[in-house]
Design a protein around this ligand. Structure first.
Ligand SMILES: [Zn+2]
Length: 133
């Protein structure tokens, strides 16, 4: 069986295709802060490597779900909550990470719009997905 994270990754790829194929007039979302320097590169790597809303949702998972998805990461819900706050605060203080966070949120809104427009096609594509034994 696929893990929830693997399914979400497939789903994101499907959406990326739909967004790429959509013919509305939204300008492409570009990374604007890339030339800026992160004030705390250890935190900045998290922001750089992860989709911000997805990272926040993952950190907010209930302990039972989190330990199933990431058995190797021993962080309690409280630890993860603290880390999420540190990352959110950093995004307010760091121009580079602030830009990345804003782009990730814009991307998430774009995805929501594409889902609303393509509900039937997405449902059909997900229903077609071969299930592993
Ligand atoms: Zn930063």
């Amino acid at each position: 069986m696929k893990t929830r994270v693997a399914l979400e990754t497939d789903f994101v790829h499907l959406l990326a295709r739909l967004i790429g194929a959509s013919d509305d007039d939204d300008p492409p979302i570009e990374r604007t802060g890339k030339e800026l320097t992160c004030s705390q590169p250890v935190l900045g790597r998290w922001i750089d490597d992860c989709d911000f809303p997805f990272l926040m949702e993952t950190l907010a998972l209930p302990d039972r779900v989190f330990s199933q998805e990431f058995p190797e990461i021993k962080l309690s819900h409280k630890d993860r909550e603290t880390f999420a706050k540190v990352l959110t605060t950093h995004c307010k203080e760091c121009a580079r990470c602030n830009a990345k966070q804003a782009e990730d949120i814009a991307w998430r809104l774009r995805i929501k719009k594409v889902i609303a427009k393509n509900k039937e096609a997405i449902g059909a594509a997900l229903a077609d997905e071969p299930r592993e034994p």
